[in-house]
Design a protein around this ligand. Structure first.
Ligand SMILES: [Zn+2]
Length: 386
């Protein structure tokens, strides 16, 4: 542990006079693209894309040592590149604990890589030992970026703020709304009242589990892969009372079943694949697709190989086409997992290529507008707190 920490703190020379810290090198290496920019699309696709309200349900940029307001030549997104991709709303998620030897099949809950990353990135000392502090610190990074953005990055807390933002965006789309999400509820540290802490810090979307089983329920990648715990049931009730949205990404199958049995409000899946186009432990079965859609929720299709079985626009579009045919266009959305240690076909400047892919797949302009962001906008407008 100590050796790893020392290694992370060492500056690595990568050319005459240029040094990167190890976290930045990890960021560069782990958040790659299959092809470098630029990402051209047809005129017909570009013209439609520029008229769309584009929204994406999952981006882990807050984990990394990057200024969101600055343009980078690595990683998948930052404000300048999201705006170049014509994105109007981006959900940013906080990552607080990931198991050592992380894999899709089976992970224990008693190891953690983020502790060393927090130290190496010089996060505040309380984040070294507290998962809640890690979530709050990353939330704070987003708030500080918004405060320094000259109104271009707007953190949304409620329906009124979103409605006002949308009016501003209609006048001038060179701005980005953002909603805060947590990737798993391990930051509540087993205490129901910490839901309120997350809410007060601006969180409005709650993933229940990440790569390991936690106090709330089972992960698709955990050891037991169980359903909701007794605390988990209280958590769902509390989230619904506060009008926070439940996110079933990474949930085990019993956990999805338990939540669907008790949820009274729409649930979403922020970043996932579809098992019928790409089998995998966390990719949704047709039955779950249908039952999640039946709550009025949306399903964000991811861009990485384990979600769609290939790193390509074509594979993303195939999953979208399948889900839309199965449950209706109104329940399908984008869930990139940008900056979530994945390789994507493009960075966020390349999103018109998905619009082009959807045109080729035979979707109407109205359907494309819904999938590319309209569904997420409408879900949030109807279900965020007042
Ligand atoms: Zn994830």
């Amino acid at each position: 542990m100590r050796k790893l920490l020392l290694a992370l703190l060492i500056l690595v020379p990568v050319g005459a006079g240029i040094f990167f810290t190890v976290p930045t090198l990890l960021d560069r290496a782990m958040n790659g693209v299959a092809n470098p920019a630029p990402y051209p699309a047809s005129d017909k696709a570009e013209q439609l894309h520029q008229r769309l309200f584009v929204a994406d349900l999952h981006d882990d940029a807050l984990l990394w040592q990057r200024d969101l307001l600055e343009r980078h030549d690595y990683g998948h997104s930052d404000l300048p590149r999201l705006l170049e991709g014509h994105v109007g709303l981006q959900v940013f998620s906080t990552v607080t604990k990931t198991p050592r030897g992380i894999n899709y099949e089976s992970n224990p809950s008693d190891t953690d890589n983020i502790t060393v990353l927090a130290m190496a990135q010089r996060w505040p000392r309380e984040t070294w030992s507290s998962l809640l502090a890690r979530a709050l610190y990353q939330a704070d990074k987003l708030k500080q970026a918004a405060a320094a953005s000259d109104g271009k990055l707007v953190l949304i807390h409620n329906r009124g703020e979103l409605a006002r933002y949308l009016e501003d965006w209609q006048r001038d789309p060179q701005r980005l709304a953002t909603v805060l999400a947590t990737e798993g509820l391990q930051p509540i540290e087993g205490k129901l009242e910490n839901i309120d802490r997350l809410y007060d810090a601006g969180f409005r979307i709650a993933g229940l589990t990440h790569f390991f089983d936690n106090e709330v329920g089972g992960s698709a990648h955990g050891l037991d892969k169980g359903g909701l715990t007794p605390l988990g049931r209280q958590v769902i009730t509390r989230l619904e009372e506060k009008r926070m949205l439940v996110d079933l990404a990474h949930a085990s199958k019993p956990l999805i079943d338990d939540v669907l049995a008790m949820a009274k409000r729409p649930v979403l899946v922020s970043h996932t694949g579809v098992a019928s186009t790409c089998p995998g432990p966390r990719n949704l079965t047709d039955d779950h697709l249908q039952r999640i859609a039946a709550t009025g929720g949306v399903i964000g299709i991811g861009y990485w190989d384990a979600a769609v079985c290939e790193t390509s626009v074509g594979a993303i579009v195939r999953a979208i086409r399948y889900a839309a045919d199965k449950v209706g266009v109104a329940h399908v959305a984008l869930g990139s997992d940008f900056n979530g240690t994945i390789t994507a076909p493009f960075d966020s400047t390349g999103l018109a290529q998905i619009t082009e892919g959807l045109q080729r797949a035979g979707f109407s302009d109205a359907d494309i507008a819904a999938i590319m962001g309209g569904n997420v906008r409408d879900l949030l407008l109807a279900n965020l707190p007042d």
